[in-house]
Ligand binder design. Structure first.
Ligand code: AMP
Length: 423
C-alpha cells in the first residue's frame, strides 16, 4: 500500500503500435472511500503519433494551453523521452506516484488490475502471442516508464478484464472444445476500460439500469451487452478483428473467405492478416478513407455504401443483444464516432423503433455540438459527460468516454483500498 501523503499524481499511458497517449491526474490524498473519479483533476494530456514513420506529430494540452508540431520519432523510447522532456519541469515538480499502463490483452491470467512485479512481467511477455499487434507496444511502454520513473508504482490495467464475466456458452466458439482448454481460444473482448468507465458513470449518475447495450464506436469499434453491471457478451472476440465493421478492420466475415483469398491472391498469412486488419472496413469499401468524419464529406457511391454497411452492422448487433438480454433498459453511444456523430446515432436508431428506441432530434444534435467542443482538462466533470438523447420509452445516452481516468481510478483503488469493491 502507498502511504497517503499530499496529492497523488498519476500518469495514465497507452502505448499503441505507432502512438503514445497519456494523461496526468491529480487526486487529493483525502480520498476516504470516495470514488476517485469524483475528485480527480486532469492537468496534462498528450498524444504522439506516427512513431517510426516520416509523419511524426505531437500534441500536448493543459488547461487553456496547447503545444503541437511535426517531429519524427525513431521508436517509442525516443517518443516517451521527448514527452518527458516536454513536461520535464512539471513532472519533476509533480513527483508522479503511480504510472498506470493500458494493456489491451490480459489473457486468461489477468482478470484484475495488477502492480508490476518481475513475475507479472514474465507472464505479460507470454501474452504477446495472443495480441501481437497490441501487447508488444504496451510492454515497451511499461519497460521504458519503469526505467524513467523507478520510484513510481507501475500498475497494469487490462481491456479484456471487464469481459471475464461472459458465460461460457457465449464466450467460446463452436469449434472442437479441446482448443479452448488447450489453447485458450475464446472470446476475450476488448474496449473493457471504456465499458467499465461508462458503467461507473451511469451508476454515479444514479441511473438504475439493469440491461444495457453500449456501442463503443471509434477507429476500433465494438458493442457490449451488460447485465447488472457486468459484461455478458461483446462483439470483439479472440482478437479485436471480430464483430463490427471498423475503420480498417473487416469485422465478421465468413471464416472460409481468408482461405479462398489466400489461394486466389497467392499471398502469405501475414499479408492476408494485413488486408483484414488494415485494408478492410470503411477503407476497404470506400476505397478513400478509414476516417468516419472524412467519409461523411464524400458523396460517391462507394463511400455511401461504406456508411450504409457500417450502420447496418451496428443495427444487427443491437438487435441481437436486445434478444440475448430479453429487452434493454438503455442504449449508449460512445467513442469518437458514437459520441460526436448525431447522424450515425439517428440512422442506427431509425431501425430500432420496434424496441421503443426513438431519438430526440434536437437533443441528439445538441449532444454532438456539446461533445465536439468538450474540454476534458481541469476538474473531471463526470456528470457532464452523459447526454440524454432519447425521445421514446428506452433512454438513449451519448457519453464521452475517458479510458485514462478509468485507468487512474482503478490504479488508485488497487493501491489505496485494501478491499476492492467501491464502484
Ligand atoms: P476514436 O478512435 O475513438 O478516437 O475515434 C476516431 C473516429 O471518430 C474517427 O473515425 C473520426 O473520424 C471519428 N470522429 C471524430 N469526430 C467526429 C465527428 N465530429 N463526426 C463524425 N466522426 C467523428
Amino acid at each position: 500500500m502507498i502511504k497517503k501523503t499530499g496529492q497523488i499524481h498519476i500518469l495514465s499511458i497507452n502505448c499503441g503500435s505507432s502512438s503514445v497517449k497519456f494523461s496526468i491526474f491529480e487526486i487529493p490524498d483525502s480520498l476516504g472511500k470516495k470514488n476517485p473519479l469524483l475528485n480527480a483533476e486532469r492537468i496534462f494530456s498528450g498524444v504522439i503519433e506516427e512513431i517510426g514513420t516520416k509523419f511524426g506529430e505531437f500534441h500536448f494540452k493543459t488547461k487553456g494551453k496547447e503545444d503541437f508540431g511535426k517531429l519524427n520519432f525513431k521508436d517509442h523510447s525516443e517518443a516517451i523521452n521527448f514527452m518527458i522532456h516536454k513536461l520535464g519541469f512539471n513532472i519533476a515538480n509533480l513527483n508522479i506516484n503511480i504510472v498506470v499502463h493500458r494493456f489491451v490483452h490480459g489473457g486468461d491470467e489477468f482478470r484484475e488490475p495488477v502492480v508490476v512485479t518481475k513475475e507479472n512481467i514474465v507472464k505479460l511477455n507470454g501474452l504477446t502471442e495472443l495480441a501481437p499487434l497490441h501487447n508488444p507496444s504496451n510492454l515497451k511502454g511499461l519497460k521504458i516508464m519503469s526505467g524513467c520513473m523507478p520510484h513510481a508504482k507501475q500498475v497494469c490495467v487490462f481491456d479484456t478484464a471487464f469481459h471475464r464475466t461472459i458465460p461460457l456458452y457465449a464466450g467460446i466458439y463452436p469449434i472442437p472444445l479441446d482448443y479452448y482448454y488447450r489453447y485458450k481460444v475464446k472470446r476475450y473482448g476488448f474496449h473493457g476500460i471504456s465499458y467499465s468507465y461508462i458503467n461507473n458513470l451511469l451508476s454515479l449518475n444514479k441511473k438504475d439500469i439493469k440491461k444495457l447495450i453500449i456501442c463503443h464506436l471509434g477507429n476500433g469499434a465494438s458493442i457490449c451487452a451488460v447485465k447488472n453491471g457486468v459484461s455478458v457478451d461483446t462483439s470483439m472476440g479472440y482478437t479485436p478483428l471480430e464483430g463490427l465493421m471498423m475503420g480498417t478492420r473487416c469485422g465478421d466475415i465468413d471464416p472460409s473467405i481468408p482461405f479462398i483469398l489466400k489461394e486466389k491472391l497467392n499471398i502469405s498469412c501475414e499479408e492476408l492478416y494485413d488486408i483484414l486488419n488494415k485494408k478492410s472496413g470503411l477503407l476497404g469499401i470506400s476505397q478513400k478513407t478509414y476516417d468516419f468524419k472524412e467519409l461523411l464529406t464524400y458523396s460517391d457511391e462507394n463511400s455511401k455504401l461504406a456508411f450504409k454497411m457500417y450502420v447496418y452492422r451496428i443495427i444487427k448487433f443491437i438487435g441481437g443483444y436486445c434478444a440475448a438480454l430479453n429487452g434493454i433498459d438503455a442504449l449508449v453511444f460512445t467513442g469518437g464516432i458514437g459520441e460526436n456523430s448525431s447522424l450515425l446515432r439517428k440512422e442506427v436508431c431509425k431501425n430500432l423503433a420496434y424496441l421503443g428506441i426513438k431519438i430526440d432530434d434536437r437533443k441528439n444534435k445538441k449532444a454532438s455540438e456539446y461533445f465536439n467542443k468538450f474540454d476534458c482538462h481541469g476538474k473531471i466533470k463526470i456528470r457532464k459527460q452523459v447526454k440524454s438523447i432519447g425521445g421514446g420509452k428506452i433512454p438513449i445516452f451519448a457519453v464521452h468516454t475517458d479510458e485514462d481516468i478509468q485507468m487512474a481510478s482503478e490504479a488508485v483503488k488497487l493501491l489505496f483500498y485494501e478491499k476492492r469493491g467501491a464502484t
